[in-house]
Design a protein around this ligand. Structure first.
Ligand SMILES: O=C(O)CCCC[C@@H]1SC[C@@H]2NC(=O)N[C@@H]21
Length: 236
């Protein structure tokens, strides 16, 4: 079987490699997976532990003038990843804004989007076999839930197909079906959340859905609604 996702044994960061490929003119749909990363990047400048057995893979989207807002690719990536996880874990995982997957409240995966000119790099890290210990927030892996860890290459091929399907819908139908699926897979309305903003401020409120652009809506204690466009979000 020919493989869609190219694999290397080791690299610094598959996102950094895809950024280089994007600058060199690589087309949409290129995928790179590493068995391990030595400089895996997480959101907000954090490091992403990258031991063999987990998934570390990145791809790129070339933005077209008619595409929905690029920021909404965060939700596209989330629903595509949840679909892929669901192939291996009946019942799937729960989404937390914008694109974390949780099992029993613990983080299973992370997605990092980076803009390079007209390209958006999307990097997926999924704890298939292992998860880091001793972090501030709960983390988990498929193995920790008694699921035989899928072969990372098989998982990556599944994910590539899933992302193709969701990007096609996003382009053809707009954000609406993506938003609908995201909401169906997320925690229920009324879930208490904290949004930690880049300036260090935190906003607490109850989950009240997504706006038309995919921003997180929190209902505050004073009854007002607040749209969050960028933050680290935690279940309280
Ligand atoms: O902090 C997060 O939640 C996002 C983590 C994203 C990690 C993935 S692993 C593959 C790709 N390469 C990187 O350096 N980061 C992303």
């Amino acid at each position: 079987m020919s493989e869609r996702v190219r694999t290397v044994t080791e690299t610094g960061s598959t996102n950094a490699d895809l950024a280089d490929l994007a600058r060199a003119g690589a087309p949409e749909g290129v995928w790179l997976r590493a068995e391990r990363q030595t400089a895996g990047k997480g959101r907000q400048g954090r490091a992403w532990e990258s031991p063999p057995g987990n998934l570390f893979a990145s791809t790129l989207i070339r933005l077209r003038p008619t595409d929905p807002s690029p920021a909404t690719l965060a939700l596209v990536a989330a629903v595509a990843l949840e679909d892929a996880v669901r192939v291996f874990l009946s019942g799937g995982a729960m989404l937390k804004w914008p694109n974390d997957l949780l099992i029993d409240g613990a983080k299973l995966s992370g997605i990092l989007l980076e803009r390079v000119g007209d390209a958006v790099i999307i990097g997926f890290g999924v704890n298939l076999a292992h998860h880091p210990e001793g972090l501030e927030r709960a983390v988990t892996s498929l193995s920790a839930h008694g699921i035989a860890a899928p072969d990372p290459q098989v998982f990556a091929e599944t994910l590539a197909e899933s992302l193709d399907r969701w990007v096609a819908r996003w382009r053809g139908e707009g954000l609406a079906p993506v938003r609908e699926r995201w909401l169906a897979r997320a925690h229920p309305a009324g879930t208490a959340l904290t949004a930690r903003l880049a300036d260090g401020d935190a906003i607490e409120g109850l989950f009240d859905g997504l706006d038309r652009e995919g921003a997180l809506i929190l209902r505050l204690a004073d009854g007002t609604s607040h749209a969050i466009h960028a933050a680290d979000v935690f279940l309280i």
